[in-house]
Design a protein around this ligand. Structure first.
Ligand code: RP5
Length: 164
């Protein structure tokens, strides 16, 4: 199976990124985690992304806060799918990172999830790998079914409490 690369701009992003790590673990998807910054260690982020395909990666998740150029800088050096997580790490509540991550120019896409949306970033990377992996696709289907059943149970409890 291809690996998912998880890159964060700073180790201070780890509490958010851990949700992506945990989700990938739940699905048994192999991954690597690195701290590379678009601004502080640009050479390392370029080296990683330029070689990611030949190093066995199938998708890359990039998490960064503030002036969050990491996902775009990673995407600039690979044609692998890149998923950006805007991290809420400033006085601007993550809006700065959201806009920096989502507003990519045509030609260099970054699939941007919600502010701190690390679990969805991992799920999206799994869906990308599952496009050519039936076993992974079945795991996603099963999890979706379980989630639906859970919500229906909650609905039933609320309906029983309030609807007479
Ligand atoms: C960004 O700046 C990082 O991704 C992090 O979210 C933010 C703050 O970094 P630190 O100053 O905590 O290292 O590049």
């Amino acid at each position: 199976m291809k690996k998912v690369g998880i890159i964060m701009g700073s180790d201070s992003d780890l509490p958010v990124v851990e949700k992506a790590i945990n989700t990938l673990k739940e699905y048994g998807v192999p991954f690597e985690v690195h701290v590379f910054s678009a601004h502080r260690t640009p050479e390392q982020s370029k080296e990683f992304s330029a070689n990611a395909r030949k190093n066995g990666f199938g998708a890359i998740i990039a998490a960064a806060g503030k002036a969050a150029h990491l996902a775009g800088a990673i995407a600039a050096n690979t044609t692998l799918p890149v998923i950006g997580i805007p991290v809420k790490s400033s006085t601007l509540d993550g809006i700065d990172a959201l806009l920096s991550t989502v507003q990519m120019p045509s030609g260099i896409p970054v699939a941007t999830v919600a502010i701190d949306g690390a679990a969805n970033a991992a799920l999206l990377s799994i869906e990308i790998l599952a496009a050519s992996d039936d076993v992974l696709a079945e795991k996603l289907e099963a999890a979706r079914k379980k989630s639906t059943e859970g919500v229906l149970e909650k609905n039933k409890a609320i309906e029983e409490k309030y609807n007479h």
